[in-house]
Design a protein around this ligand. Structure first.
Ligand SMILES: *Cc1c(COP(=O)(O)O)cnc(C)c1O
Length: 474
């Protein structure tokens, strides 16, 4: 006779899970069909205050009628920004590979926290297999390894911690940020804000970032780094943070040349490949990452060009031992004692999280299901779409292109005096037929598209430009 109260037993009933799961997958597949057909808006916009009221929990007390899990999830899905709609071209977030969403269900289902091997006897080796594959694809040398963590921002912080521990000249983990001379990193004025934020979190303050101006192609050149180093004064420079590609424009810094400079000056080279790491899988475009295998550390987001659901970020280290430098503390109740390298199976000593979602399984399973060539073909498709959009803009007398795209990011705007670009972007959001973003470049505002959806067609690009034309006239 079970002592479990019926309501608890019912919620855990495998048959209930089976029935709900089948209904849910059916509902999601119907939604995916509608999205791919372009039915409905990309962004079902409503005023934030209205949305807040509409999504109140309502009565969940003892006497209330119970919600239908599947109906509620279908409603949630339908009210969300439709990344799978071919006219969604906004942020760098992928319409997730449907198989990866299923893999994420399996990950949530086992809920293996995986900071320690005994909480992830499958999740830990799966993660290590994915990391080995990523290191190899970037051309990092034997002995390279890393860790998966929750997003590029946390990944950047992790890499900066390792850089500081390796290059500060004192034990900054134990002595604190001020245990030696003031520290700084050199990066570009176009660098993602995660870098400036990470430096502040490390206690290095405003002076911890030396931002070198980008060149006319939005790249950080070795000359600019040399000039920035000359301004360091009493600051001890740890290393250089460069981008492949940058967030705003998709520009690739010349990694090989920057690696030469860093080698010459004894500086740590960190490559922020959160966005562009996926180009490594495309034989056609991998050359844009030339030199990345010489980096001391790399951040690569699989939830960007590898089409994974957020968040799956790799922090990779050329020397595996550096992976242990970021978080040098001990937690004897979790980790076996001894040198951390001796317990390489306990990943928690290398990442910020304590409990960590088993996030490698979606990449592991979909790589096996589709093969790595599939991922390279998606990258090719997205870069081709960006070229197609740039060509349409260059050919249209009423639009201007900020710069020729190197990646899948296109910055442009309609020509004409008196168009307030921020206001125009706001109208695009409220209109909802297409989804794009905006960015400031050298002090002026541009519209910005990231071509993340491999199902986007050239006709969708024309439709997007037509929506902008119509909103300009309105
Ligand atoms: C997206 C991005 C980041 C931040 O990554 P999150 O996963 O969004 O935290 C950092 N750097 C670059 C270049 C990016 O494109």
């Amino acid at each position: 006779m079970s002592t479990v109260p019926p309501a608890i037993a019912d919620a855990y009933d495998p048959e209930r899970f089976r029935a709900d799961g089948k209904r849910l997958v059916d509902a999601l597949a119907d939604q995916l069909t509608a999205w791919q057909r372009g039915d409905g808006p990309v962004l079902p916009y409503r005023a934030p205050a209205d949305a807040r009221a509409a999504w109140a929990l309502g009565d969940i007390g003892p006497t209330a009628a119970r919600g239908d899990l599947v109906a509620d999830l279908a409603r949630f899905t339908a009210a969300s920004t439709a990344l799978a709609n071919p006219r969604c071209m906004g942020h760098q977030v992928a319409p997730p590979l449907p198989g990866a969403a299923l893999a994420e269900l399996a990950s949530a289902f086992v809920n293996n926290g995986m900071a320690v091997y005994d909480m992830g006897p499958a999740a830990v080796p799966v993660e290590l297999a994915v990391l080995d594959w990523m290191c190899a694809r970037l051309g990092l040398p034997a002995g390279a390894t890393g860790v998966l963590t929750s997003g590029g921002s946390l990944g950047t912080l992790t890499a900066l911690l390792a850089m500081r521990q390796a290059r500060a000249g004192f034990d900054a983990w134990r002595a604190g940020a001020n245990g030696g001379p003031p520290l700084a990193v050199v990066t570009s004025t176009d660098a993602h804000y995660a870098i400036a934020r990470g430096v502040r979190v490390l206690g290095m303050g405003d002076a911890g970032v030396i931002a070198a101006p980008v060149d006319g192609h939005h790249r950080l050149t070795p000359d600019a780094v040399v000039r920035a180093l000359a301004t360091a004064g009493d600051r001890h420079v740890l290393g250089v943070v460069c981008a492949a590609s940058s967030t705003a424009t998709g520009a690739f810094d010349p990694l090989d040349e920057l690696a030469d400079l860093c080698a010459e000056r004894g500086l740590w080279l960190h490559v922020d490949a959160a966005h562009g790491g996926g180009l490594a899988l495309s034989p056609r475009h991998a050359g844009k990452l030339r030199g990345i295998g010489r980096a001391d550390s790399v951040v690569w987001d699989a939830h960007k060009l590898l089409m994974m659901p957020a968040l799956v970020t790799a922090v990779l280290f050329k020397r595996g031992g550096d992976a242990y430098a970021a978080f040098a503390q001990k937690a004897s109740y979790l980790f076996e004692s001894g040198a951390p390298e001796d317990t390489w199976w306990d990943l928690g000593s290398r990442h910020f999280e304590c409990t960590k979602r088993a996030m490698a399984v979606e990449l592991w399973a979909t790589l096996r299901a589709h093969g790595e060539g599939w991922f390279g073909a998606v990258v090719d498709r997205q870069l081709e779409l960006a070229q197609a959009l740039a060509a349409k803009i260059a050919a249209a007398p009423d639009f201007e292109l900020a710069l020729p795209p190197e990646c899948n990011i296109v910055c442009f705007r309609p020509r004409g005096d008196g168009i307030d670009m921020r206001e125009l972007r706001r109208r695009v959001i409220e209109d909802g037929r297409v989804y794009i973003t905006g960015t400031e470049l050298a002090g002026s505002y541009w519209l910005r598209c990231t071509l993340m959806n491999p199902l986007t067609e050239p006709a969708d690009l024309d439709a997007m430009l037509d929506v902008i034309r119509a909103l300009c006239r309105a």
